[in-house]
Design a protein around this ligand. Structure first.
Ligand SMILES: Cc1cc2nc3c(=O)[nH]c(=O)nc-3n(C[C@H](O)[C@H](O)[C@H](O)COP(=O)(O)O)c2cc1C
Length: 188
């Protein structure tokens, strides 16, 4: 993989896609990042691949998309992808990945990368309002913030389940600006 640098500074972003319907918006985010000169690698959970095809992200990034820890591409994929990136953004972030990341559970490639990655870890949660308001979800968000992760808060609006409420993933442009902000004035 040819990593992208500018004046010797990394411009690499790792995007994790988990199983929320907002995954289609992540295609717009990835397109925006690539169009702005970032090197983008995408990793997906099994559930995410039910909602959007890995091929979509392969076409947008011109890179392989990885969904399995043991996928044969490399014996240490979870380390190599983590080392290459400066920012790891999970969008959409399901209630499930928030719970796993908050508790150090590493049972697939995306959750393992949450542990092996040492840079800026961003989550853009998306879920139904009832799920969002559950004490367990709020507890996991609090733990993630205390552990240094950044949460890109969801919006209130129409949800895919037909209800209106909190839980809509932040707009791709908002997530893009948050990611790009971490590269400004960066010297490494
Ligand atoms: C059509 C559909 C949409 C879903 N959307 C969401 C969602 O927006 N947020 C969420 O937390 N779970 C959502 N789920 C449930 C998750 O996909 C499910 O909890 C899954 O186990 C998450 O796995 P992952 O975190 O490994 O991707 C959805 C399920 C389906 C079938």
């Amino acid at each position: 993989m040819n990593t992208v640098t500018q004046n010797g500074v990394s411009r690499e972003v790792l995007v994790g896609v988990t199983g929320g319907i907002a995954a289609y918006k992540t295609a717009m985010l990835v397109s925006r990042l690539v169009g702005s000169g970032f090197g983008v690698s995408v990793v997906m959970t099994k559930s995410a691949t039910q909602l959007i095809a890995p091929k979509t992200f392969e076409a947008l990034t011109n890179r392989s998309v990885h969904c399995e820890t043991f996928d044969g591409a490399s014996s240490h994929l979870h380390i190599e992808l983590a080392r290459a990136a400066k920012v790891f953004c999970i969008a959409p972030a399901t209630a499930n990945i928030l719970a796993k990341a908050a508790n150090g559970i590493a049972d697939d490639l995306v959750s393992t990368l949450c542990l092996s990655f040492d840079g800026t870890l961003l989550f853009a949660p998306a879920m139904n309002s009832v799920m969002w308001q559950k004490p367990s979800v709020q507890r996991n968000l609090k733990h993630l913030k205390e552990d240094g992760a950044k949460i890109i808060e969801p919006n209130t609006g129409r949800l895919s389940c037909g209800e209106t409420g909190i839980g809509r993933m932040a707009e791709p442009e908002t997530i893009f600006e948050t990611i790009a902000g971490y590269f400004i004035n960066s010297k490494e």
